[in-house]
Design a protein around this ligand. Structure first.
Ligand SMILES: [Ca+2]
Length: 386
């Protein structure tokens, strides 16, 4: 939740000792407030005057306890409400040690409140909170939709499946590219809802179409923080009726970095549903090869940066060939991403890659358009003709 409220000059925003109702902190968008502390048997003491970009009420938001000071509007104020979940989601993303230390600091601030200043706010944070609210509203209005990009069988030239990519279709008609919203969606964990709405819509569309290909759908690293993801994916399969063998789940290296027992358990359960696992953006992350043979991975998606580098020299070419060979040794399929020219496509096919994805084979397109595209021509000679 995020929304704005207004207070008039002189109005009490909250009182020391009262239960926080609603349980929110306030970011000052415009205006100024005074924070004061009542001390028994003494005149109340002004702790701070705060203005645009500052935050008040954050202690209660974090620990749920009563308000630790009085806050009064000095001028007419407009404030952004910050809900508990918005803060807790960000905290949960942090290292457990940092979270622990943070909670200890909050407790100590409570004890010593009269002796310390009030936190400074950050204007970046206001921008983020507003954008987060826009994303939540966009999700509620169903504005996040899949675009499908074909993944082509290198042996036949036919579309073997599609990757579902999130797009934000604004109510005004525009499209917001993923680079605009994915970073904050990941930070706030709204990415989990975006992943699932995109996967559900794409699975329903593919299951209802005449196309028999697979759906490759992204699961962000934050999905691996708990095993409810297994139920969510099971529910996508049951709602859509898509045969589980047609679902490929793309996971990137950051989700697997710890390769711990929980990650393994989640991957095995997802596979147990009948889906298969693709390692996304392979070669760009931490690239520890150690987990490749220990985790249940069916497909490597070789990051597009390797194909881009092919133009610059033989080494990149040999690197891709090496990765394709390694995947074959481990009995994994390979998708080479970022294929843009017929020459690249031919080279990759000759290396023995299973599938290719890239602008040559089709750009991401709205679902109906992608599913109604005629199948590409069968390749002839050493290059594909499209
Ligand atoms: Ca992907």
């Amino acid at each position: 939740m995020s929304q704005t409220v207004e207070f008039q000059a002189g109005e009490l925003i909250y009182r020391q000792g009262e239960a926080p109702e609603p349980l929110v902190a306030y970011v000052i968008i415009s205006g100024a407030v005074e924070v004061s502390l009542e001390v028994p048997g003494a005149p109340s003491r002004v702790l701070a005057q705060l203005g645009e970009g500052d935050i008040v009420g954050e202690l209660s938001l974090i620990d749920g306890h009563v308000r630790s000071a009085n806050v009064v509007a000095l001028t007419d104020c407009r404030m952004l409400l910050v809900g508990r979940r918005q803060i807790l989601n960000r905290l949960e993303e942090s290292d457990p040690f940092v979270v622990d230390m943070f909670r200890t600091m909050v407790r100590r601030l409570r004890l010593a409140y009269g002796d310390v200043g009030v936190d400074q706010g950050h204007s970046d944070f206001i921008g983020e909170l507003s954008f987060e609210r826009d994303m939540e509203e966009g999700l509620e209005r169903g504005e996040f939709v899949p675009f499908l990009q074909p993944i082509v069988d290198m042996a036949t030239g036919h579309t073997a499946g599609f990757e579902a990519l999130a797009r934000w279709r604004l109510s005004g008609g525009g499209l917001r590219p993923p680079a605009d919203f994915i970073p904050l969606a990941e930070k706030t964990r709204l990415i989990q809802r975006i992943d699932m709405t995109v996967m559900t819509q794409a699975a329903c569309a593919l299951a209802a179409s005449a196309h028999t290909g697979f759906l490759s759908s992204n699961l962000s690293a934050s999905q691996f923080s708990d095993d409810r993801i297994i139920d969510r994916v099971a529910s996508v399969l049951s709602v859509s009726g898509l045969h589980p063998s047609r679902l490929h789940l793309e996971v990137n290296e950051s989700a697997l970095i710890s390769a711990d027992a929980r990650t393994r358990h989640i991957l095995e359960e997802l596979r147990g549903l009948g889906a298969s696992i693709s390692l996304d953006d392979f070669g760009t992350g931490y690239s520890s090869l150690g987990y490749l043979h220990t985790l249940p991975i069916d497909t490597l998606k070789i990051d597009q940066s390797f194909v881009r580098a092919m133009e610059r020299g033989e080494k990149a070419r040999r690197l891709i060939a090496g990765m394709v060979t390694m995947a074959g040794t481990l009995e994994m399929d390979v998708v080479v991403e970022g294929v843009e020219t017929a020459e690249e496509s031919a080279l990759i096919r000759d290396m023995g890659a299973t599938w290719a994805q890239g602008w040559l084979h089709g750009r991401p397109a709205p679902v109906e358009e992608a599913l109604s595209r005629p199948a590409p021509a069968k390749p002839s000679g050493s290059t594909f003709v499209f």
